[in-house]
Design a protein around this ligand. Structure first.
Ligand code: GLC
Ligand code: CA
Length: 546
């Protein structure tokens, strides 16, 4: 299983308020104790930080805030000494506009880097098509020196690389080798299914009343994606013993069968977005922004589709949250206060006993919650701020209070508050003022208390991880959903070589009665002390070996 670290918010070692590589090194004993196998670090490369490191200016340099290349080499060595592996973020759909390639590319229409990005002539003095960018506004920005527009599916400071250009691909492979030759153990590939665009870049569909078209049909899972991934695999990945996971918005199980095929010609796993996109806004223009609960039957349907779709054909990644998603317990449980710890354990059980590789995002193992911010000034993330300005101030399609509620529910900043290590000032994250405010609940929710309390979320996660290592049925078993329409309980079976695992999870704050014939099984794990056999208390989870 993989533990995700958001380096800015994990541990500050030199008291400048920003988490860093030496901070991660200091916390290896904690991660060892939890029992994780692999660490994935969000980007640590040189970056102007318009999108917190997802805008890379130099792929072969460490962001000075995080330390030096020597610090990196020492961290990697320490990770390996501890028997752990390291996966790095690979962000190659786009670079920073400060990258040398872009600085050269924007100067003129000829020159060695002219074709490294996606440049188009104006059409009738306007943008080449109607596409909107992920962080609002047009996906095109005009550069007078070239008299052309360049494409950026994210912020204007994140120009998209032109993967049609063979030289660009070779540059990417070379930077991958740079890190692999240092001995890293794999890559998490940022929006990697966006590297092949449909030729001609046609206009996207317009939602009712929307200013910009939706480009996704023409920019995700594009016509040359398999070819590019196979080439990358042939030229680079297959030469090393590594794991890969591709972040893929809009991927389907059918496509993931190709991308993660067990033949091993592309990637090992993908991050799909279906289960984190189930609640939406009825006003399509507002995209992901909403404050709606998720219907359990839909969550079950979606996760089951992926379980069944990839069984024996590909491999799933399993996650509730990451640096782009709100905190699991605040989102997938309706109560993150009174029953917070129970709910956190229940969610852990539901996810970790599925087939696939589980990912735990820093603080999830403590049951950390959303920040519950109420004012715009408390936010930092470019996506959240841009969305507010666009929808509240510019387009005026939502009022301020409602949008603040959407941010509180969905903002990426909920995941980015510093790690809560203890109850001292700044939660033991830093002696200086942290780059981003702490969640005020750090005095009640922190690693120190969790480690001191036998019945904590931390030790429950430790058990989940250990059980996966021990029980083949958890790793390899087939999957069968029970009672798909049940809106209160998520129950399923896993089966492997004559062993059956029954997993039962109450997703509500109510006590409910359910009979799955659990009496004939042996209890493997539960988040409550023994109770009545068929009674499930609020957020109760039980797993039985039958
Ligand atoms: C991915 C990253 C996200 C980033 C975006 C653009 O979705 O996870 O944090 O903003 O790509 O690079
Ligand atoms: Ca620091």
């Amino acid at each position: 299983m993989v533990y995700q670290i958001y380096p800015r918010s994990f541990q500050d070692s030199n008291n400048d308020g920003i988490g860093d590589l030496n901070g991660i090194k200091q916390r290896l004993p904690y991660l060892k104790k939890l029992g994780v196998d692999v660490l994935w670090l969000n980007p640590i490369y040189q970056s102007p930080d318009v999108d917190n490191g997802y805008d890379i200016a130099d792929y072969e340099k460490i962001q000075p805030d995080f330390g030096t290349m020597t610090d990196f080499d020492q961290l990697l060595a320490a990770i390996h000494e501890n028997g752990l592996k390291l996966v790095m973020d690979l962000v190659v759909n786009h670079t920073s506009d400060q990258h040398k390639w872009f600085q050269e590319s924007k100067r003129s229409q000829d020159g060695p880097y002219a074709d490294y990005y996606i440049w188009r002539d104006p059409v009738d003095g306007h943008e080449p098509n109607n596409w909107g960018a992920s962080f609002n506004g047009s996906a095109w920005t005009y550069v007078p020196e070239r008299g052309q527009y360049y494409l950026h599916l994210f912020a204007p400071e994140q120009p998209d690389l032109n993967w049609e250009n063979e030289e660009v691909r070779q540059q990417v492979y070379s930077l991958m080798r740079f890190w692999l030759d240092k001995g890293i153990d794999g890559f998490r590939m940022d929006v990697i299914n966006m590297i092949s665009k449909v030729p001609g870049l046609p206009d996207g569909p317009l939602a009712q009343g929307a200013v910009y078209g939706d480009s996704s049909k023409f920019t995700t899972n594009g016509p040359r994606l398999n070819e590019f991934l196979q080439e990358m695999n042939r030229e680079v990945l297959s030469q090393y013993d590594v794991m890969t996971v591709g972040e893929m918005p809009g991927v389907t199980p059918e496509l993931a069968q190709q991308y993660t095929s067990l033949a091993g010609t592309e990637l090992n796993m993908v991050f799909q977005f279906e289960h984190v996109s189930l609640a939406g806004n009825p006003d399509r223009r507002l995209g992901k922004w909403n404050d709606q609960p998720i219907k359990l039957s839909e969550l079950k349907k979606s996760l089951s589709r992926w379980q069944e779709g990839l069984d024996g054909k590909g491999w799933n990644s399993l996650y509730w949250n990451n640096h782009d998603q709100p905190r699991a317990v605040s989102r997938f449980a309706t109560d993150d206060s009174k029953y917070r710890a129970k709910a956190a354990k229940m969610l852990g059980t539901t996810l970790h006993f599925l087939q696939g590789t589980p990912y735990v995002y820093e603080g999830e193992e403590l049951g950390m919650t959303n920040a519950h911010y109420t004012q715009l000034q408390q936010y930092e993330d470019i996506e959240s701020l841009n969305a507010f300005h666009e929808y509240v101030e510019k387009e005026k399609i939502v009022d301020e209070q409602t949008m603040l509620e959407y941010l509180a529910h969905m903002s990426r900043d909920n995941a980015r508050t510093p790690m809560q290590w203890d109850d001292t000032q700044n939660a033991g994250f830093s002696a200086a003022k942290p780059w981003f405010a702490l969640n005020p609940n750090y005095r009640e929710i922190n690693a120190k208390d969790e480690l001191a309390e036998q019945d904590s979320v931390f030790y429950y996660y430790q058990k989940l991880i250990k059980l996966r290592h021990q029980e083949a049925v958890i790793r390899y078993g087939s999957y069968q959903l029970l009672d798909p329409k049940d809106e209160q309980v998520f129950a399923y079976l896993r089966e492997f070589q004559g062993t059956t695992l029954l997993v039962i999870n109450n997703f509500t704050t109510e006590t409910v009665e359910r009979d799955y014939d659990q009496g004939k099984g042996k209890l493997l794990l539960a988040n409550y002390p023994a109770g009545k056999l068929t009674e499930l208390r609020p957020y109760e989870s039980r797993a039985y070996l039958l």
